[in-house]
Design a protein around this ligand. Structure first.
Ligand code: PBG
Length: 339
């Protein structure tokens, strides 16, 4: 018989504190590490010029106009942050969100400006209509039997057109966030037909109807003008359903998956990673998760750096390969550029 370590060893032979006594040893046996290289920074691009408008509910973040973007992008690459995800705040909104489709749209302009500034930064565009519609919902509306809701299938065609327009401007990755059924296949078909077959899709596959998006809606000026998003975003009570959402998006051609929010959904991140260990998984550490820590830290109730690093570590430990987080710059300052 070969000698197998006795897995039933217990105290006093086994003392797990032995591995915690020395700081260097603690680092050597650490299972999960957070690196700036795993983080993606959201940016809010605003219409107009020469404006940096602080977002009150998200300290450290501004809406920024395209003409000020070059300096901002240089500071992001200097910090070694590998990618950004863009959100646009257009000058005008209408029922169909038509400003989202224009070559001279806010996100399209921003992508071109970033690509003129650097080739090193990955540019992801969030693909949705809620920032562009006057009603604030994520697609075009239809009224039936006295209930108004987002009309799924007509929205798919508009999503595909918006995706092509982002790709034409130079976006590296398209990230649809609207939770429409069939959105990934519609966008894939649209991109391929326009010659963008090599642009990957990062699907917000399991996106929950969450109160944690509150500060973002101020930042992106995308609060629904009536009702809420519960007819398209997932119910926080559901976990099994996330596996159906994810499987469907993969079958439709998603290249990468996202779970959102992150902190209250660590179990979902874990399940999705276990179900699809071979698919890159992103988690979105959303606005409310960021603002809670900032607010508590400002009051002296939490240690901002330790709390933030612990949150990001937990998201990586749950199974996320990469994290979209408003803390990316803070982390780069704490750990060192690109560390
Ligand atoms: C757009 C979108 C939202 C977020 C990302 N993309 C808002 C929403 O669904 O209401 C939220 C991000 C955050 O809270 O940080 N559909």
């Amino acid at each position: 018989m070969t000698s197998v370590p006795d897995s039933s060893a217990h105290f006093p032979q086994l003392r797990l504190r032995r591995l915690r006594g020395h700081a260097v040893l603690r680092e050597l046996v650490r299972e999960t590490e957070v690196s700036v290289r795993d983080l993606i920074l959201p940016l809010f691009i605003r219409h107009g010029s020469n404006t940096r408008q602080p977002i009150g509910s998200m300290p450290g973040h501004d809406q920024i106009t395209v003409d000020l973007l070059a300096d901002e992008i240089r500071s992001i690459t200097d910090l070694g942050i590998p990618g950004v995800i863009l959100f646009g705040i257009p000058a005008t909104k209408d029922a169909a969100g038509s400003a989202a489709l224009r070559d001279e749209g806010i996100v399209q302009q921003a992508v071109r400006k970033i690509k003129e500034t650097t080739a090193d930064l990955l540019v992801i565009t969030d693909l949705c209509f809620c920032e562009y519609t006057d009603h604030g919902h994520c697609g075009v509306l239809r009224e039936r039997h006295g209930r108004t809701d987002v009309d799924n299938d007509p929205t798919l065609d508009l999503l595909a057109r918006q995706a092509v327009s982002h790709a034409q401007a130079g976006a590296d990755v398209i990230a649809p966030s609207g939770m429409m059924d069939g959105m990934v296949s519609a966008i894939r078909r649209g991109l391929d037909a326009a010659g963008h077959e090599s642009i990957p899709i990062l699907s917000y596959a399991a996106k929950y109807a969450s109160a944690f998006y509150g500060p973002f809606r101020e930042a992106a000026e995308s609060t629904p003008q009536f009702g809420d998003r519960r007819t398209y975003q997932m119910d926080p009570g559901n976990a099994q359903e996330s596996l159906r959402e994810v499987a469907l998006d993969l079958a439709e051609g998603a290249d990468m998956l996202m779970v959102k929010p992150a902190l209250s959904y660590l179990d979902i991140i874990c399940r999705v990673k276990q179900a699809h260990p071979d698919v890159p998984l992103c988690a979105y550490n959303v606005s409310g998760e960021y603002s809670m820590v900032k607010a508590a830290a400002a009051k002296g109730w939490l240690d901002e750096q330790r709390t933030t690093m612990e949150i990001l570590t937990s998201i990586r430990r749950a199974g996320a390969d990469m994290i979209i987080t408003y803390s990316a710059k803070d982390v780069a300052r704490w750990l060192g550029p690109g560390k």
